[in-house]
Design a protein around this ligand. Sequence first.
Ligand code: ACM
Ligand code: ZN
Length: 753
Amino acid sequence: MFSSCLESKKEFTEVDLHLIPKPQTLELKTGTFSIDKNTAIYCEPGFKVASNFFLSFFMKGTGISLETASKENANFIIEKDSSLPKEGYSLNISEETITIKASDASGAFYGVQTMRQLLPPQLEGINSVQNESFELPQLMITDSPKFQYRGMHLDVGRHFFPKKFIKEYIANLALLKMNYFHWHLTEDQGWRIEIKKYPKLSSHAAYRDETLIGHYNETPQKFDGKQYGGFYTQEDIKEIVAFASTQNITIIPEIEMPGHAQAAVSAYPELGCSGEQIPVATSWGVFENIFCPNEATFTFLENVLNEVIELFPGEYIHIGGDEAPKRQWEDCDHCQKLIKDLNLKDEHGLQSYFIKRMEAYINDKGKNIIGWDEILEGGLAPNATVMSWRGTEGGIAAAKDKHNVIMTPTSHAYFDYYQAENVDEPLAIGGFLPLKKVYGFNPIPEELNADETQYVLGAQGNVWTEYMQTEDKVEYMAYPRMLAMSEVVWSGASENIDVDYSDFLVRLEPFMDRLNALEINYANHLYEIEGSIIKKEGAVFYELKTPTEGKEIFYSTNNSEQIKYASLVPISENTSISASVFKNGSKVGRPFDETIEFHKGLKASISLNIEPHKAYSAGGKEALINGIQGSDSRFGDKEWLGFWGDNLEIKINFAEETEINMVTLRFYDANGQWIYSPKQVTITSKPIKGKSVSCKRVLKSKEGESIVQVILPFDSIKTAGLTISVPNYGLIPTGLQGAGNKAWTFIDEIIIE
Ligand code: ACM
Ligand code: ZN
C-alpha cells in the first residue's frame, strides 16, 4: 500500500519535481492543489485528446472517474491561448485551479503529460493507488519544444514485436513529449505489413527459415534452425494508428526500396533483376537482392503504397533508400538499358531515378517522402526529407540544398550500440553510445549557418533489432537513452554538458520509479564508476567518479584493503584498481575494475597532425598515452580515437631522452562498421647523434577478431621522441559493406616500453 507515504507529503521542493524532458521555465510556489473526485475538468472542444488522456489515465491509476464541467464550474481548465508557440503550453497550478493553456491540441496534450509526471509514479500502474486525493505543487510552467520533429524508430523486420508492445512503445513516447514513431516495417529478414493485393507478403515474406545465433562477426556463423516471423494485419495497423492518435503520435511507416527488399523479392521473384527464387534472409547485414527498377516493381510498389497510404494518415511515407548495393543492377540488361535510355550517369543515377519516380507517385497522393541519406547520391528527389544516419554530413548537404533534415547519426542516435563498457553487457551490434553522449547531442551541426538550420526539423533515436529478440531487450537498449534524446529534442541541445547532464541525472534517478511502475526493463548504469587518469605537474593520478549525487565510493589498489575514496589516487607503477559504489551504506551497481599499465608514454606529451572525428574523440589525444587500453568490443569508448579517411601522424615527446625497447600499437578492425586497421605503420625516432631510427611493420587482420595489434621493436635506443605514421586504409573495396566510402581508422593505447 503506497497511501501512507503519499498522503503525508504537503510541501514540494525542486528535487521533488523530476520532469523529463525539462520544461523551458518552471516557477515553484508554496502550497498545493488537491486533486480528488470533486475535481471537474473543462476542456476546449478542439483539445479533447488532452482531457481524454487525463481522464483515462487518472481513472486507470486510481479508480476515480473525474467529472467534466462547464468552464465556470470547472477547477481544472484546458483552454486555448493563441499567443503561445506551436505545441507549447502553460501550466498554472494554484490553490483553487489548474489551468493549462495552449495554442493547439498538441500543446494541451503536453501540458497534461507534465501534470501526469507531477503525480506519483504509482498511478502508472492499474488501480494501484488507494488514495482519495493527490497533492500537486502550486507552480507555473511555460514550455514549448525546441524541435518540431521528436522521434523514435523501431525495426520490426529483424525481430517482430506484437501489437501490445508497439502500443506501449508509442505510449512511452507520449510520456516524453515525442511526436513521431518511425515504424520500420519491411526488411530482408521479414515483411511485416499485410498488403491485401499481395498475399504472399504475409504468407511467405513474413517468415524466415531460421535466424543467426550470436554476433554476425562470429565465425563460423551458427543458425537456430527455427522458422521465425509474423506480421501486422491491416486491422492491427488501424488499431495501432487509432491508438497513436490518442497519444498525439504520428506514425511514419517505412517501406524500404530499392534495398533491404530480399523478403519481398523472395515472395515475388519477378521484382528482382534475375527473377530467381531466393530465400527470405536469415542472417544480418546488407544484401544484394534489391528491387529491379522494372515496370513490375513500380506497379508492385505503387499498389503497396496505395494500401499503406490508406492506413497511415500522417504526412510522411519513409521509402528507405539506404544500403542498396548496385551489383545486380550492374549485371542486369534491363537496368543497363534503362541507364542508357534515360541518359543517366550510372547506377546511382538509376537509384535517384527510382526514388524520384516513387516520390512523384507519393506526392501525387498528397504525401511527402523521407529517405535515408543515400537518397542524396545521384541527385535528391525534389521534395524529400533526408534522414541523416551515416554521420551528419548527409544532413548538412541536404540542409544546404534547402531540404528538410532529420538527424539520426550512428554516433549519437543508434540505440542498438552498446551503452556501457562492461564485459557482461548483453550482446549488441557494436559501437558505444553511452547515455551522456546521447544527452550531449546537438541536432544542429556547426557547419550550418542560421538560415540553413531551419531545415533541421529535429532528431530521432533508432532501434535496430538484429540483436534484440525480446521486448525486454528492446527496452534495455532504448531506455534510458530515449529519455536523453527526448530532452535533446524538446528542451534543446545542452550548452554546458557537465552541468546539464548532472541535472538530468538528478531527475532521471527518481524518474526510474515511473519506469518501474510502467514495468519497463530499462538499463540502469547510474551507479557505476567512471575512472580517469589525471596528469598534474609531471605526476600521474587516478580519479574515480560516479554520476549521481550522494553516493560513496570505496576502492582498493593491487588488492590492498578497501578504503573510502576521498581524493585523487597517485599512480607510479602498474596498478589494478577495484571499486564499488555505496548508497545509504549498501553496495549498488556493479563492481569496477581497471588496469593501468605504467609505461613510458604516461610521462610523455603527444600531438596529432589532425583532430579525431568529433564523434569519436571522447578521451582526446591524451587517451593514447594514459596507460589504459580501449575495449576489445566498443570502439566508441573514451580510449579509442576514430579518424575518417585521413592519414594520421602522431608525435610523442619525452620530457628527457628515454630508452625505448618496444612500441605496441592497437587498431580496431570492424569492417561491417567501415573500420579498417591500416595496411602498415612506421615509427621513426627523433635523431640520435644526427640519425633517426625507423621501424616499419605490415599489419594483418584476422577474421573474427576486432583488434589488430602490432609490436615494433627498437634496440634500446635513447631518444627524445617518436613519430608514428598511420596511413589510412583507403577506400572500402567493392563488394564489402560501405564499398567506395572512406575507411575509418581507430587507434587506442600506444604502449611504450
Ligand atoms: C540504416 O541504419 N541502414 C539506415
Ligand atoms: Zn535489374
